[in-house]
Design a protein around this ligand. Structure first.
Ligand SMILES: Cc1cc2nc3c(=O)[nH]c(=O)nc-3n(C[C@H](O)[C@H](O)[C@H](O)COP(=O)(O)OP(=O)(O)OC[C@H]3O[C@@H](n4cnc5c(N)ncnc54)[C@H](O)[C@@H]3O)c2cc1C
Length: 190
């Protein structure tokens, strides 16, 4: 049983996973590895300089894994309520259990529609449908959150990765019943 399952391993899902794992939550990231960010040449991602999408996503994956996220390649086909949490089914017939779920599935709204989440029209021409969320990232189903392009934010890596972090911080804060902060300082010089 995982605390949180993140579906989608683009910038939003990886960034969410990194924060979730660092906060001590047992986190599973399921991604079908069909993301298109690998084709991007990013010149507008603050703080990295020019970087390819492949480098960004590989670094993000390493960071999330380093902090404890379990990453598996899988096409998620269904999510259903299971006691206190959710059962997550994959195309290969595997089932994973998690207390909460973050959907970070990019421009592909098939899974959201299948499980009956409220959706709305996307704003960019190649994002037809996005998941309806409140400002914190809650969807119409309690315990399921959404982040990144799936949640309708601007299709830029700096925005989607920030939105993944934001949603994770809101989920963690709700569990801890106080605003969560993840800060570290450079050790003082002796
Ligand atoms: C060619 C190209 C160039 C770009 N150039 C730039 C640029 O210069 N600057 C910039 O800021 N942005 C650029 N972008 C946009 C940027 O890549 C996206 O906005 C950003 O990656 C979206 O992040 P995300 O995590 O929300 O979604 P995504 O990166 O789309 O990640 C979603 C992931 O979820 C997976 N997934 C979906 N459904 C399922 C499922 N049911 N089960 C398992 N996995 C699933 C997808 O395959 C994907 O891996 C570019 C995009 C492309 C395609």
């Amino acid at each position: 049983m995982y605390d949180v399952a993140v579906i989608g391993g683009g910038p939003a899902g990886q960034s969410a996973s990194l924060f979730l794992s660092r906060s001590g939550l047992k986190t599973l990231l399921l991604d079908n590895e069909k993301g298109l960010t690998q084709r991007a040449l990013l010149k507008n991602h603050y703080g990295t300089g020019e970087i390819t999408g492949t480098e960004l996503v590989e670094t993000g994956r390493k960071q999330a894994e380093e902090f404890g996220t379990e990453i598996k390649k899988a096409q998620v086909t269904d999510i259903s309520k299971n006691g206190e949490g959710f059962a997550i089914e994959t195309e290969d017939g595997e089932t994973f259990e998690a207390g909460e779920v973050i959907l970070a599935t990019g421009a592909n709204a098939k899974l959201a529609e299948r499980i009956g989440l409220k959706t709305k029209a996307g704003q960019e021409k190649y994002v037809k449908t996005v998941i309806e969320t409140d400002p914190d990232g809650h969807t119409s189903i309690d315990g399921i959150w959404a982040a990144g392009v799936a949640a309708g934010v601007s299709v830029h890596t700096i925005v989607t990765s920030g939105d993944g972090a934001k949603t994770a911080i809101n989920l963690i804060s709700k569990r801890k019943e106080e605003r969560y902060i993840d800060h570290e300082a450079v050790p003082a010089k002796k």
